[in-house]
Ligand binder design. Structure first.
Ligand code: ATP
Length: 258
């Protein structure tokens, strides 16, 4: 198999149920009982049935309404959470920008978080130290590198997360609406970096902007209520998604547990 047609992400019938408890007491009861027969929780199926493949060097855009399951799907791809049903198979080092930001220690400084984040993504301490100056320059947050992250704005945290992800020699980059909190200059820097990365790397990109998807992705997948509603060229998927947004009401039923 030639390397440019090699599948690097394969998802088969993925489903993910979160457990929703009415009260902390129910959580305690469930831990004590252990049995799933008459559970003390309700299941909320964030993903119901998702299958797709991405080949090496390709870029897939993911679009869908709030709560449709995009972040849950990306968390499964980067190994942060396990699917309840189905299979996920990923080949290569993954750099997940938003998910990395979620692992940051808010009490630790930017400098310390670079070491923690690099280690989380699989780099040796020496490798991170070698790249430290370049990461700092990319993040562009100056003296705040020595301040605790709790003093950072959302955009500054994202800058740090993107800067780390840009330095780990990842084969798969996952950008989950992260760019939207960056200012225009940093967004441009990231998009330029992603353009260069796409020459060899594989991109999973989540956005609510069909324009951004068209700019960065070759194909797209529309997730609706935990299922793939449409997949194909960005132009076709974006057209169908926009049309549905005008026609369909903002139905709250999708947020119901069973
Ligand atoms: N840990 C959790 N426990 C319970 N429910 C969760 C959990 N994480 C996510 N959910 C629910 O799962 C659904 C899917 O969430 P997810 O974050 O994947 O959606 P999304 O498509 O990324 O949304 P958005 O566009 O708003 O970022 C939502 O209804 C959310 O409330």
């Amino acid at each position: 198999m030639s390397s440019d047609t090699e599948v690097v992400i394969r998802a088969k019938h993925l489903a993910k149920a979160y457990k929703l408890y009415d009260s902390p007491k129910d959580w305690v009861k469930q831990q004590l009982v252990g049995s799933e027969k008459n559970p003390y929780y309700k299941s909320f199926w964030a993903l119901k049935d998702i299958s797709f493949e991405v080949k090496r060097g390709r870029s897939l855009g993911i679009i869908g309404r709030n709560g449709c399951g995009k972040s849950t799907l990306l968390q499964i791809v980067c190994g942060m959470t396990k699917p309840t049903k189905g299979e996920i198979w990923v080949k290569g080092r993954v750099a997940p920008v938003l998910a990395l930001g979620a692992t940051f220690d808010l009490e630790a400084t930017g400098r310390e978080n670079v070491l923690i984040g690099g280690a989380v993504l699989g780099l040796k301490r020496q490798e991170i130290l070698q790249k430290f100056d370049s990461i700092t320059e990319f993040a562009g947050i100056g003296a705040f590198m020595d301040q605790p992250l709790k003093l950072y704005s959302a955009g500054m945290r994202m800058r740090l997360a993107f800067a780390i992800c840009a330095h780990i020699d990842a084969e798969i980059l996952i950008v989950d609406e992260a760019l939207s909190v960056g200012d225009l200059a940093f967004q441009k820097k990231c998009v330029d970096w992603i353009d260069n990365f796409r020459r060899t790397g594989t991109l999973l990109f989540v956005s609510h902007s069909t324009g951004e998807l068209s700019r960065l992705c070759e194909s797209a997948m529309w997730i609706d209520n935990g299922r793939v509603r449409e997949a194909g060229s960005v132009a076709d998927v974006a057209r169908a998604y926009r049309r549905a947004t005008f026609v369909e009401k903002d139905n709250m039923k999708r947020f119901s547990a069973v």
